[in-house]
Design a protein around this ligand. Sequence first.
Ligand SMILES: Cc1ncc(COP(=O)(O)O)c(C=O)c1O
Length: 374
Amino acid sequence: MTTLAALARPEVEKQPVYEPGKPIEDVARELGLDVHHIVKLASNENPFGGSPLGLAAAQRALAQAELYPDGDCVALRARLAQHWGLSPRQFVIGNGSNEIIELLGHVFLRAGDEVVMGDCAFVVYRLVTLLFGAKPVTVPMRLDRAHDLDAMAAAVTPRTRLVFVASPNNPTGAAHSPAELLDFARALPGHVVLCVDEAYAEYLDPAAAPDLRPLLAEGRAGRAGGHVIGLRTFSKIYGLAGLRIGYGYASEALAALLNRVRQPFNVNAISQAAACAALGDVDFVARCRRENAAGLRQLAAGLDAQRVEYAPSVANFLLIKVGDGARCFQWMQTQGMIVRPVAAYGLPEWIRLTVGTAEQNARFLGLLAEFLKS
Ligand SMILES: Cc1ncc(COP(=O)(O)O)c(C=O)c1O
């Protein structure tokens, strides 16, 4: 009998496995620790919980769980249209923004196509590229660990279909100014689609957050400028990672293509209701942005005091140079602190830490001091 491996598409056999942050329950079971003692600062989740308005709406929506969700996410797209001042037809809603990255692959990637990305960018761009038989073209990132946009533009060839820029970038935490991103998009040729991944945008000062709307307006006016999509998520500042919902904003034409390749009911009803309400949870978002900025300052001061190197971040996480990232990850785990090793990003000496509550940050700093003495 033919083996399943021989039957599968060759890309599947070669597909690298995504390693998520370790769940609290797994660590508790493996190390015999009390789940309540464990802090997970490994997946850039919101330490202040989910948006209260979002969670209340999710509870209400549960009462109608027997019904299929609205496959077109009409209410959410209308709410987003209002929020952004765009048309509801300019949005695609995904099962997490991750799904939209995959939809981009479905629409645009054929075997042999090229996808340009930073060498220390969010790993899912690479996974999706490989899954569709396309070639990741990785561009070294600058010393401040933001993308080298000039080098990325220079890496575009006639085979390039997609270019990914995350701002702020995961795992480095660096961001580009809105103007830099607009200039970059305008410099790209018309045969590529630029995806600006804005998963952490709400942690920035609103004036510093990426915003592709000027490009979309130029496109509508028929002026030059490549194809662009911005990705946002409810997993980060809105605190709804477990519900899996994110969205893309783009031209109507690009959103229509992406909507054509998704599953009919790709986003469940509970998540749609939660996202609609969370979008209006202005106080919660403002509080989380403030607390996160304070947490970044607390961690920076603590790391400076210990003379530990870190990459300055504007997101809700930061890269910390601990010497041996894998050993630090293992040791921290035995102490009930889950952090993220980042050797897969070519950074074996570093770990990535999500900014926690003031108490969690203090606990991490105390543990780090102990680890560095060990
Ligand atoms: C840069 C970046 N993009 C996208 C995502 C995926 O987010 P979602 O939960 O919306 O799929 C993440 C999650 O960590 C991320 O770091």
